[in-house]
Design a protein around this ligand. Sequence first.
Ligand SMILES: [Zn+2]
Length: 254
Amino acid sequence: MSLTIVPIDCGTFTNVERSAHQYLSGFGEKRDAQIIIWAILGGPAPIIVDLGCGTPELVEERYGRVLGQTPGQRPETALKAAGIDPEEVRQVVLTHLHLDHCVGLDLDLLPNAEVFVQLEELRYAAAPYPPHEAYFDSAILKKLLPIQASEYGGIRVVKGDFRLAPGVELIHTPGHTPGTQAVLVDTDGGRYAIASDNVPFGSSQRGRTLREWTPNGIHVSLDQCYESLSRLHALADFLLPSHDPQVLERRIYP
Ligand SMILES: [Zn+2]
């Protein structure tokens, strides 16, 4: 069995403040943030990591924001173009509950999937610090909070590191949010980390030592941001950033 990782392009938020993604860097500078759904293929069933933020209609209606998305970037179309049969997906990992990673859940595209979220993320999303409130979506939380999730039976709450499938491991990497998790994937070309917002852009980690890292501008603990980056570097050969259009230059990893 040889696992591969496919980044699926689901659109772009343009003119995003760079300092929001890269701490104390590039104030006033704008850049594009790509919305990416990841597929891990080659195992018994495809595994999906993150669900993006849905469609431009959904984003406009809920947040009054503009999501750039072509018809081919609509999640249902993009998943199928990547060769994924939605019925076959059994596991979805939400790396954290910021809206650009999870609101796609409301499209109900994957009818047979269980959704894996960290306990600490659910706790924080229920009562975040006020500057972070706008990044969470109350409709999604209603679906996910176990105490009221009877209408959505597929939620699986995990605490800490968790072996999801052969060659696929969830790694709890707090800092950006308390329950951010990365996904380690063992491939024939080395061990990859789908790094989530620990590493939004390739330029957030220009090397393997501390001075070459720029933590996410949005965080609950700078200490934890550095510890999580350090851990990812110790565990993985390659880190795949969460919002960098450059990762789409390759169709498949490795
Ligand atoms: Zn985030």
